[in-house]
Design a protein around this ligand. Structure first.
Ligand SMILES: [Zn+2]
Ligand SMILES: [Zn+2]
Length: 115
């Protein structure tokens, strides 16, 4: 058999294969092909195996996506806190030492920190 030539069905030697199993890669003819939602397979066993495989991959994808989202949210929250602290510190210094009114913040600082 030359490389790239159509191989024969794994169940029917001599019958030209029309496709390959998505799970195990074995060639099959139209009579043997098992169609599933995820592709064509040589047997029901392979179809089920592939479906389980796809489901696991999707679950893994979802986990990775949600994990990444939470990490992003946390780093955003940390940045926000750092910014808030920095802005409050600047407002505190301006209000207390430079006697500059910072809208809203000066009032807040006087009320809660006694600046
Ligand atoms: Zn197979
Ligand atoms: Zn066949």
């Amino acid at each position: 058999m030359a490389l790239g030539a159509p191989s024969s069905c794994l169940n029917h030697p001599g019958v030209e294969a029309t496709g390959r199993c998505k799970q195990c890669g074995k060639p099959f003819c139209n009579a043997c092909a098992v169609s599933g939602p995820t592709g064509r397979f040589c047997s029901d066993t392979c179809k089920e195996k592939h479906q389980v495989f796809i489901q696991r991959a999707q679950q893994l994808d979802r986990q990775v996506v949600s994990g990444g989202f939470l990490r992003k949210l946390r780093s955003m929250a940390i940045k926000l806190v750092i910014w808030a602290v920095a802005i409050l510190a600047v407002a505190f210094i301006l209000t207390k030492y430079a006697q500059i009114e910072v809208p809203i913040l000066s009032d807040l600082l006087r009320r809660y920190v006694g600046a």
